[in-house]
Design a protein around this ligand. Structure first.
Ligand code: PLP
Length: 400
C-alpha cells in the first residue's frame, strides 16, 4: 500500500558534488579534479594550517567542558569577525551598530539572513543575484520563500563584467529589493568590479534604498585581508542596512568545521539590539546554538598576535600560489596553443576561473583525459599544481 514516501521523486543531483562522485569513481591514476571549490596545496592536499594546529593545541591543553554556546555564538568569535569584516576602528564597530552571530559556515549565514529578511521585509520583496552566481544562492533564498531574479553580470565577450547591464538592472529594482553581491573573488567567474564600478553600485543601491547582502567567502584570496574587506566597509560608510555573510571555510581551510558568521549593520546601537534579538529567534528555532570547536579555533587564532600573524602568512601563501598557477597556466597555454588568448585568466581573482571552455570541451576533458571541470567551464585554479599542470595543459590544447 502507498506510504508517505511512495510518490516521492528522486531529487536532481547537486551539479558540483556530482562531478566529485564521477571523479572518485574514475580508475585513471592520472585523473585531476578541477571541479571542486576547495584550495589544495602544491601536493594536491587540503592543508591543515599551522595556525589551526597551534590554536587546537592550546584548546586541548585547556580541556574545557562542552557547554552550550550562547545562541549568537562565542562572544570572542563574533567580536573577531566584526573586526576582520568591518575593521576594529570602523564607525560601525565603535558605535556598536553592527551585530554578528556565529553561523554554520557561509551557507548557514546566508540562510539565517534569508530567513530574517523573509520575516521582516515587505511581502512582495524579491531577491536579485548575479548571472551567474554561486549555485546555492538561488536555492537558499527560494527555500526561505523568496522569488529570486538574476541581474546581468558576466559578459562572455569580454570575459569581464557587463557593468552597464548590471547597473541598469540595479536602477530598475523596486526599493527594498535585496541584492546579493560578491564582496570579492566572484564565484564562479573570477571577474570582480573595479573600485570605480563599486562606487557607482554603492551610489545606486543607497539612492534606491536597496538592501545589500554582501557574501564574502574568500576574504584574503583577492589582494589581501584588508584590501578584500574594502567593499564591505564602503557599503557600511554609505549608510543604510547592510547584511554580510562571511566564511572561514577557505581562508582557514576549515571546511568541515562549518565556521561562518552573519553580520547586520543597523542605524544605531538601539536598533542593532532589536535586530539581534530577532535574529536570535531565527537561530533558536533552527538549530538553537552553533557548535563550539571551529569558532574557538578561529577566535583563538585571531586573538593571539603570533597566531594571527601566522594565519596572515599562510593565507598569503595560498593567495600567491593560486596567482602563480594562473600565470603558469597562461604561459604554458601560450607556448602550446599560440592562437588562443588566455591572458584573462591572470586578471581573474580568487580560486576560480571561467576558462572559456565549452560544455563539449569539458566533456572531452573528462571522457578522454579524466580531467574534471564544471560544465560552464569553471575550473578551480587552486586545484592546479606544479605536478598536474603539464597534463592539464596538454589536454586543454587537444580539445581546443
Ligand atoms: N558563498 C560563496 C560565494 C561560496 O563560494 C561558498 C562556498 O563555496 C559559500 C558561500 C559557502 O561557504 P561555506 O562552505 O562556509 O558554507
Amino acid at each position: 500500500s502507498a506510504s508517505l514516501f511512495t510518490a516521492i521523486e528522486m531529487a536532481p543531483r547537486d551539479p558540483i558534488l556530482g562531478i566529485t562522485e564521477g571523479f572518485n569513481a574514475d580508475q585513471n591514476p592520472g585523473k585531476t579534479n578541477l571541479g571542486v571549490g576547495v584550495y589544495y596545496d602544491d601536493n594536491g592536499k587540503v592543508p591543515l594550517l599551522e595556525c589551526v594546529q597551534k590554536a587546537e593545541a592550546l584548546l586541548i591543553e585547556k580541556l574545557a567542558p562542552r557547554t552550550y554556546l550562547p545562541i549568537e555564538g562565542l562572544a570572542a568569535y563574533d567580536k573577531a569577525v566584526q573586526e576582520l569584516v568591518f575593521g576594529a576602528d570602523s564607525a560601525v564597530v565603535q558605535e556598536k551598530r553592527a551585530i554578528t552571530v556565529q553561523a554554520i559556515g557561509g551557507t548557514g549565514a546566508l540562510k539565517l539572513g534569508a530567513d530574517f529578511l523573509k520575516r521582516f521585509s515587505a511581502d512582495n520583496t524579491q531577491v536579485w543575484i548575479s548571472d551567474p552566481s554561486w549555485e546555492n544562492h538561488r536555492a537558499l533564498f527560494e527555500s526561505a520563500g523568496f522569488t529570486v531574479n538574476n541581474y546581468p553580470y558576466y559578459d562572455p565577450a569580454t570575459r569581464g563584467v557587463n557593468f552597464s547591464g548590471m547597473l541598469d538592472a540595479l536602477k530598475s529594482m523596486p526599493s527594498g529589493s535585496v541584492v546579493l553581491l560578491h564582496a570579492c573573488c566572484h564565484n564562479p567567474t573570477g571577474a570582480d568590479l573595479s573600485d570605480a564600478e563599486w562606487t557607482q553600485v554603492i551610489d545606486v543601491v543607497t539612492q534606491r534604498g536597496l538592501v545589500p547582502f554582501l557574501d564574502m567567502a574568500y576574504q584574503g584570496f583577492g589582494d589581501g585581508i584588508e584590501a578584500d574587506g574594502q567593499v564591505v566597509r564602503r557599503f557600511t560608510e554609505a549608510g543604510g542596512p547592510v547584511f554580510v555573510s562571511n566564511s572561514f571555510s577557505k581562508s582557514f581551510s576549515l571546511y568541515g568545521e562549518r565556521v561562518g558568521a552573519l553580520s547586520i549593520v543597523a542605524a544605531s546601537k538601539e536598533e542593532a539590539g532589536r535586530v539581534l534579538s530577532q535574529l536570535k529567534r531565527v537561530v533558536r528555532t533552527n538549530y538553537s546554538n552553533p557548535p563550539i570547536h571551529g569558532g574557538q579555533v578561529v577566535a583563538t587564532a585571531l586573538a593571539s598576535p603570533e597566531l594571527r600573524k601566522l594565519w596572515e602568512e599562510e593565507l598569503a601563501g595560498m593567495r600567491v600560489r593560486i596567482r602563480e598557477m594562473r600565470h603558469l597556466l597562461v604561459k604554458k597555454l601560450k607556448e602550446q596553443a599560440p592562437g588562443h588568448d588566455f591572458d584573462f585568466v591572470t586578471k581573474q581573482r580568487g580560486m576560480f576561473s571561467y576558462s572559456g571552455l565549452t560544455k563539449a570541451q569539458v566533456e572531452r576533458l573528462r571522457d578522454e583525459f579524466s580531467i574534471y571541470a564544471v560544465d560552464t567551464g569553471r575550473i578551480c585554479v587552486a586545484a592546479l599544481n606544479t605536478k598536474n599542470i603539464d597534463n592539464v595543459v596538454a589536454a586543454i590544447v587537444k580539445v581546443l
